[in-house]
Design a protein around this ligand. Structure first.
Ligand SMILES: *Cc1c(COP(=O)(O)O)cnc(C)c1O
Length: 429
């Protein structure tokens, strides 16, 4: 029995399912999870000292690679002064100024502790500003686990086959209206039926929690137009796309402005952070200046701010980093497509910037409907073969492969060798 297996047995006795977030449990891929000891650069090591090349990268935050020296130093240097004060600190001002400078269309930002919390707060703000109650969300998009967002959710909820959660009462769920991603008609229909009741649309500008699905031409612009026409706010959940697609996120990349933008993951450099931001006239509805209440004992925590600030500073000073990561990702995705063709596997490789998804289906994947057509049994064989050969990827058809700045040519070479071996294995039956 490996140390991971032993720890998992103990964990299951004291933690529900043995994990603190469901998709980590590896249930749908039929094995026990690896318990991690450490990670450096592109490599991650389990407690049994097995080495893997990491393409999960903590599900997104680790865009520079693990244990990046300057970030680790910033955390150490901050810790010396104390861990939390529950009072304002200079580093909060520095990171807020930096984000307002590098993200287009943003004048103010409020820090919270997770993406979930940022989404929950942003929805309250949108309702507070507009005085309306209904929210449009897209099937298969994931926005954390607050009650109104656990309706037709993606990510772990989809992997575990429970896109709707028990415990969410219908009086809350019925205010979440569901549209189809990349389908403007489905949005228009909801606006027509609920003309004066829709506070906001919330969207992942690139869907990345039902696998990676980029927006089709005109989709985000169309959402912007509906919001203007019907006096609703457009919320971009950029927890994955922020500081990744471009330094200024999806707003910069696609040239579409949102009213409220949500960040998480990368913004904390690996520490627990979320944030929501927008123009002053919207953000000043938040207490203590406005009447939309939102608070947090550990919000703007100095260590988390130090890590996030350092990561964003590195990305801001070295504008080529995101370009390099994105070019590497283009290359990998193209090589993967060649291998899939060579072995005549029914698979589609979606990619944008540093995000890649392999869908085991014949058809183009541009919607929730087409994403869930992919064959999960084949995905599981693929996952197990990749992992057994030292490639650490997410144990779910509906999560992305994250390319980081630490991945070097030998990592890509190894990845493609194992990917080819896996495809030839899949071909045999
Ligand atoms: C991960 C994620 C969230 C939730 O963030 P947590 O920090 O896990 O609460 C919200 N939105 C998107 C798009 C995400 O990928």
């Amino acid at each position: 029995m490996s140390l991971s297996d032993e720890l998992f047995e103990r964990a299951k006795k004291v933690i529900p399912g043995g994990v603190n977030s469901p998709v980590r449990a590896y249930r749908n891929v039929g094995r026990t999870p690896l318990f991690i000891k450490k990670a450096v650069g592109s490599k991650i090591y389990d407690v049994d000292d097995n080495e893997y090349i990491d393409f999960v990268n903590s599900w997104g935050p680790i865009i520079l690679g693990h244990s990046y020296n300057d970030i680790i130093d910033s955390v150490k240097n901050s810790a010396i002064y104390g861990l939390s004060f529950g009072a304002p600190t200079e580093i909060e001002v520095l990171i807020a100024e930096l984000i307002c400078e590098i993200v287009p269309n943003i004048e103010m930002i409020r820090m919270v502790n997770s993406g979930t919390e940022a989404v929950m707060s942003a929805l309250r703000l949108a309702r507070g500003v507009t005085g309306k109650s209904k929210i449009i969300k897209f099937e298969g998009c994931y926005h954390g686990h607050s009650d109104p967002m656990l309706v037709k959710a993606g990510s772990g909820a989809l992997t575990e086959g429970e896109p709707n959660s028990a415990g969410v009462i219908k009086e809350i769920a019925e205010h979440t209206l569901i549209a189809q991603y990349n389908n403007l008609e489905s949005v228009e229909e909801l606006f027509k039926k609920n003309k004066n009741d829709i506070a906001c649309i919330i969207v992942e500008p690139v869907a990345a929690n039902m696998g990676v699905i980029p927006p089709e031409d005109g989709f985000l612009e169309g959402l912007r137009n509906f919001c203007d026409k019907y006096n609703a706010l457009l919320i971009f959940d950029e927890v994955i796309t922020g500081f990744r697609l471009a330094l200024g996120g999806a707003q910069e990349y696609f040239g579409v402005n949102a009213d409220i933008v949500i960040f998480g993951k990368i913004i904390g450099g690996g520490m627990p952070v979320g944030a929501y931001c927008g123009k002053r006239k919207i953000m000043e509805h938040i207490s203590p200046v406005g009447n939309v209440y939102q608070a947090g004992t550990l919000s703007g925590n100095p260590i988390a701010m130090a890590a996030g600030y350092e990561q964003l500073m590195v990305l801001n000073k070295n504008r080529d980093i995101l370009k390099t990561v994105s070019m590497n990702s283009d290359y990998i995705a193209n090589e993967m497509r060649k291998i899939v063709d060579k072995y005549k596997i029914d698979a589609k490789i979606n990619q944008i910037g540093s995000l890649i998804s392999v869908f085991f289906t014949k058809n183009k994947v541009n919607s929730f409907k087409t994403a869930i057509q992919s064959d999960e049994k084949i995905f599981n064989e693929y996952f197990n073969c990749m992992l057994d050969n030292g490639i650490y990827i997410a144990p779910s058809q509906f999560e992305a492969i994250f390319i980081s700045f630490a991945h070097q040519s030998e990592d890509f070479k190894r990845f493609l060798e194992v990917f080819e071996k896996t495809m030839s294995m899949l071909k045999k039956h």
